[in-house]
Write a protein that binds this ligand. Structure first.
Ligand code: TXA
Ligand code: MG
Length: 349
């Protein structure tokens, strides 16, 4: 299959292209599209055959449910029932935006889309290309992150083409995704609500709206053998081809540990990558050094993490050492993805 790539500008979104992409989805085809978090691999959420194609294109296990994306709040009630008051408050505060809610599903949503679960994940993205496409497709677009299963999520159209070129009908190119990490997932089918995946809508932002919110223990202590409640969180994920180790501790101790490890690996003939920050990058004399941005600006770090992991694949690094980040606010989401990419290899210095 030849994948068409269509560039769109937010200044003047070409409605003809959106319409054409919407028709592809209505006919059961697949279109990748930008969102404010990461690129999504879209199919008609109400068509089980489309969901089947999504799993196949990603090489994703079909017990891993898809997020249904909507563009109008009132569409929620066609796919979810018993929507609690707390869920409504979160929607009012954070939709459209990087927040996914788990709710009891209505029969309109095929089991194939929810991986057989009685619940459905719903998100209303703020990205205008995404919103236009969802409307043009009939209102309900299933979309996992547009990457091959297990690889880092995609934040540019060229990353999508790398992973899915030749397997899907179209890619809408809206430039670089602003946030760079996937949405926060909150299960509001339970009380107190529970965070299943941390993201740009942080715990304190959620608690500011609805009071106490819990966090899935499998996210906090992922090695404890507890099964995560979001099925997708159990897989090794976001992983570059190289082995990755996160080094945690005081800044000076981290820098000297990474310098030592990088030196040893190079002696052993390995191609070494280092994930640093603007504040520290110049301190590493050897290895392929990539900065994620200024440590003081979490939004820069999150926007570049997946891109940098992919760049090390292009450079064919054998092993990567990364500085750790402070937990709390966006840092929790950054460390969650970094630790998953590392398969939880952490060195405390
Ligand atoms: O930002 C995002 O959320 C992006 C963009 C494209 O919207 N999408 C995304 O989808 O990250 P995906 O499929 O890569 O991740 C969805 C996660 C998976 O871990 C999945 O297991 C979980 O959501 N999930 C989906 N439905 C669920 C449900 N009913 N109950 C629990 N977890 C669910
Ligand atoms: Mg994903």
């Amino acid at each position: 299959m030849e994948t068409q790539i269509r560039k769109l500008s937010y200044d003047r979104i070409d409605e003809e292209v959106i319409k054409e992409a919407g028709e592809i989805l209505k006919k059961g085809g697949l279109v990748a599209f930008p969102t404010e978090t990461v690129y999504g691999l879209g199919g008609d959420a109400l068509n089980p055959a489309s969901s089947g194609k999504i799993y196949a294109a990603k090489g994703r296990p079909s017990d891993n449910p898809l997020i249904v994306h909507i563009a109008k709040r009132e569409d929620l009630d066609r796919i979810a029932e018993d929507v609690p008051e707390k869920a409504r408050r979160l929607m009012n505060a954070f939709w459209p935006g990087p927040l996914t809610l788990i709710l009891k599903k209505k029969p309109l949503v095929p089991d194939k889309t929810t991986g057989g679960l009685p619940t459905v994940a719903v998100r209303m993205p703020s990205d205008r290309i995404a919103a236009g496409l969802i409307l043009a497709a009939g209102g309900f677009v299933a979309a996992p992150s547009a990457n091959v299963s297990g690889r880092p999520s995609t934040t540019t159209a060229s990353h999508v083409a790398e992973d899915l070129g030749g397997k899907i009908e179209m890619i809408l190119d809206g430039g670089q995704a602003v946030i760079g990490l996937e949405s926060t997932i909150v299960d509001v089918s339970v009380d107190p609500p529970m965070i299943l995946r941390p993201g740009a809508v942080t715990k304190s932002m959620l608690e500011g709206e609805i009071g106490k919110v819990e966090t899935d223990k499998a996210i906090i202590a992922p090695d404890s053998g507890i099964r995560p409640k979001a099925p997708g969180m159990k897989y090794r994920h976001y992983a570059p081809r190289a082995s990755l180790m996160v080094v945690e501790g005081e800044q000076e101790a981290v820098i000297s540990a990474i310098r030592r490890l990088a030196g040893e690996a190079r002696q052993a003939g390995k191609k070494v990558g280092i994930i640093a920050t603007d504040e520290t990058a110049s301190r590493y004399p050897e290895g392929l050094v990539q900065s994620l941005g200024a440590r003081s600006r979490e939004e820069e770090i999150s926007a570049h993490l997946f891109e940098v992991l992919r760049r090390f694949d292009d450079m064919e690094a054998d092993c990567i050492y990364s500085e750790a980040f402070q937990e709390g606010e966006m840092g929790t989401a950054i460390m969650n993805r970094l630790l998953k990419a590392a398969g939880h290899q952490v060195l405390n210095v």
